[in-house]
Design a protein around this ligand. Structure first.
Ligand code: PEP
Length: 254
């Protein structure tokens, strides 16, 4: 089965309820390809999840930006996967580099969170990616392989996992990876999945690119054979997100 193009919008820690309603209204009015061509998931801050879920068009879905590593309880400030399921939130982003770097989330901790979220029935956008220093020292593949391995060691069923390759140096910097740089890592990641998980998982798992994706650069990136979509930060708050969703047409005509 082909890999349906996937476009995620990570709204990070942005927005008032009025601003969020405006973004949702823009999305609801957008003319985009059908769900068999592109799967669209937007990720507002926790507090706006019910609002967005209620107001968003039914062919787009919502994701939380994180969830706790196990069942809820005495963990002040955390939100458990169980609670997201209870609210009818189907997706969660885990292992975003802003959490790995700022909050010190280790590969193992992210792997545990992915496994727990999946066990509760959530679908997971699992983020991996190297820093500039790691890229310049030639260890990009070692870094993303180690991040992916920590997930693979804990996860048997990959059907509800989308892997987001997000080079840290490209996130929020305006410095997008070149199509060749993105393709190179995506192809290597797919090879890693083939060698370490299975040929089937390698062929069916969506590997999406994130890092300064915009309306201007999305089509060229989407043209790469192993780029199965995008995780978009800054541009997902703007009307150009609709153009990024439409980049799925590049695959359809390929
Ligand atoms: C992100 O936050 O996942 C991201 C890719 O951000 P941006 O598109 O702003 O670089």
């Amino acid at each position: 089965m082909g890999r349906t193009f996937f476009v995620g919008g990570n709204w990070k820690c942005n927005g008032t309820s009025e601003e969020i309603k405006k973004i949702v209204a823009t999305l609801n009015a957008g003319q985009v390809p059908s769900q068999d061509v592109v799967e669209v998931v937007v990720s507002p801050p926790y507090v706006f999840l019910p609002l967005v879920k209620n107001e968003l068009r039914s062919d787009f879905h919502v994701a939380a930006q994180n969830c706790w590593v196990k069942k809820g309880g005495a963990f002040t400030g955390e939100v458990s996967a169980d609670m997201l399921v209870n609210l009818g939130i189907p997706w969660v982003i885990l292992g975003h580099s802003e959490r790995r770097a700022i909050l010190g989330e280790s590969n193992e901790f992210v792997g545990d969170k992915v496994a727990y979220a999946l066990s509760q029935g959530l679908k997971v956008i699992a983020c991996v990616g190297e820093t500039l220093e790691q890229r310049e020292s030639g260890s990009t593949m070692d870094v993303v392989a180690a991040q992916t391995k920590a997930i693979a060691e804990r996860v048997k069923d990959w059907s509800n996992v989308v892997v987001a390759y997000e080079p840290v140096w490209a996130i929020g910097t305006g410095k997008v990876a070149t199509p060749a740089q993105a393709q190179e890592v995506h192809a290597e990641l797919r090879k890693w999945l083939q060698a370490n998980v299975s040929a089937e998982v390698a062929a069916s798992t969506r590997i999406i690119y994130g890092g300064s994706v915009s309306g201007a650069n999305c089509k060229e990136l989407a043209g790469q054979p192993d780029v199965d979509g995008f995780l978009v930060g800054g541009a997902s708050l703007k009307p150009e997100f609709i153009d990024i969703i439409k980049a799925a047409e590049v695959k359809k005509s390929a």
